[in-house]
Design a binder for this molecule. Structure first.
Ligand SMILES: Cc1cc2nc3c(=O)[nH]c(=O)nc-3n(C[C@H](O)[C@H](O)[C@H](O)COP(=O)(O)OP(=O)(O)OC[C@H]3O[C@@H](n4cnc5c(N)ncnc54)[C@H](O)[C@@H]3O)c2cc1C
Length: 395
């Protein structure tokens, strides 16, 4: 995309580049390139988060008073682009970019003071307790019960598909506090310490062989009412607000461009190795399609995120970003597997002189398998289309 940056913005870009050159460690770049999962390893993400916190750049999206930056949308855009270009990992968004905006918008002053600094400095590592065995797309039918007992709730039931619950020390949960009215009414938003007696976590291993998701069981778990965000039975609106940030709260186009660059490198290698590779131009045509769609996503992200950079929420347009970003990433994953063919499974060690990193090649197939789930988590592609039809197009 050809944006005309001002001299100050170009100066800022140079400053970011210099910071990255001096502060982004090689082992973090390597761990990021090697990653086939939805998030990089927790240790790597937290190490990079700590470096950014020290610089004051961890959460450009947050308001300054909580540790964010006063950057313009163009600066945020430049920072995000330069980070991915340098091979930095995405910070794990569960606390930083999903829960924190909810606490800022609906939490009490005490909750802001208690939780936001711990989210920022990595002391709290959160997971998301929305889905249940009988409640995914139809989230409002959730049944995890929270019954009042003095100044506590007693929580019983389970959550499923909980990403990183086995690594997290806290979980934000949607719980049912009233069953008498419409399903959307009677939901509350509760913050739960995973160390509370009665919380257990069972692993679920995905088809990619990863342990990322879990089922979390709650057996008479006592949670202080003070851990409730906002009003009792009003959690549905807070839950939807959070989903807007989960679906489209950042610049994914930069991450995807980085992946497209790696795909282009794979194609160039394949052409060097085999003159007959893609003689009919099928792969090249598909890459051109991805490039066009990626440019459209870049413009859309910039338009939507500029509009909300004053601390607002992305709105239902976030579904456009989730839908397009997922499709593009999966197209790149699929093309990468096509290019590698059977060597995707065996090309390790990589032949000498091959400019593609060995760890990138060995993560192509795991990434392809893992990323199939992107059509499901955060709300399936069909659900995003329903939201766009109803809330964006007004159909
Ligand atoms: C890898 C992974 C990680 C996840 N991480 C988390 C997490 O950390 N926390 C969390 O709370 N949840 C998490 N989820 C759960 C995820 O949000 C749900 O799986 C998702 O919302 C779909 O719900 P479901 O699995 O119950 O499928 P269902 O809702 O049963 O849907 C099944 C199929 O029916 C389609 N469908 C359903 N309703 C409609 C409709 N109205 N119109 C058109 N099509 C429809 C869906 O698109 C889907 O294809 C994760 C899921 C995965 C796969």
């Amino acid at each position: 995309m050809n944006l005309n940056f001002s001299e100050e913005e170009l100066q800022f870009q140079r400053e970011v580049r210099q910071f990255l050159a001096e502060n982004l460690p090689a082992h973090i770049i390597e761990g990021t390139a090697n990653n086939g999962s939805v998030f990089v390893e927790k240790d790597i993400a937290l190490e990079w988060q700590a470096i950014l916190v020290k610089q004051g750049w961890a959460v450009p999206q947050w308001p300054v008073e909580h540790g964010g930056t006063d950057w313009t949308p163009a600066q945020k855009y430049i920072f995000s682009k330069e980070c991915y270009h340098a091979g930095a990992p995405m910070l794990i968004p569960l606390g930083l970019l999903m829960l924190a905006p909810v606490i800022m918008a609906f939490g009490s002053e005490q909750q802001k003071a208690e939780y936001l600094p711990k989210i920022l400095n990595g002391e709290h590592y959160w997971c998301q307790g929305y889905s249940e065995p009988g409640a995914g797309s139809d989230l409002a039918s959730l049944q995890l019960k929270a019954e009042p007992d003095g100044d506590h709730y007693v929580v019983n039931g389970s959550k499923i598909w909980t990403t990183h619950a086995h690594l997290a020390d806290h979980i934000f949960c949607l719980v049912r506090t009233d069953s008498s009215g419409k399903p959307q009414h009677g939901i509350s938003f509760l913050l739960i310490d995973m160390a509370t007696p009665g919380v257990t976590v069972e692993p679920i291993i995905t088809m990619a062989g990863d342990h990322e998701v879990n089922q979390v069981f709650f057996d008479n778990v006592r949670v202080p009412m003070a851990n409730r965000i906002g009003e009792e039975n009003k959690g549905w609106s807070y839950a939807k607000y959070l989903l807007e940030f989960e679906r489209g709260g950042g610049f994914s186009a930069h991450r995807i461009r980085h992946e497209l660059d790696s795909l282009r490198q794979l194609i160039s290698n394949a052409k060097n190795d085999n003159p007959a590779f893609d003689t009919h131009g099928d792969i090249d045509r598909k890459v051109a399609r991805v490039e066009i769609d990626l440019k459209a996503l870049e413009i859309t992200e910039l338009r939507i995120l500029s509009a909300v950079s004053g601390g607002g929420n992305p709105g239902p347009e976030s579904s456009i970003m989730k839908l397009s970003a997922t499709k593009l990433e999966q197209d790149i994953n699929e093309l990468s597997v096509d290019v590698l063919g059977y060597t995707g499974f065996i090309m390790n060690p990589v032949p000498e002189g091959n400019p593609v990193r060995a760890d990138y090649i060995s993560s192509v197939v795991p990434r392809y398998l893992n990323n199939r789930a992107a059509s499901i988590f955060g709300g399936s592609q069909e659900i995003q289309r329903n939201i766009i039809a109803k809330m964006v197009l007004g159909l």
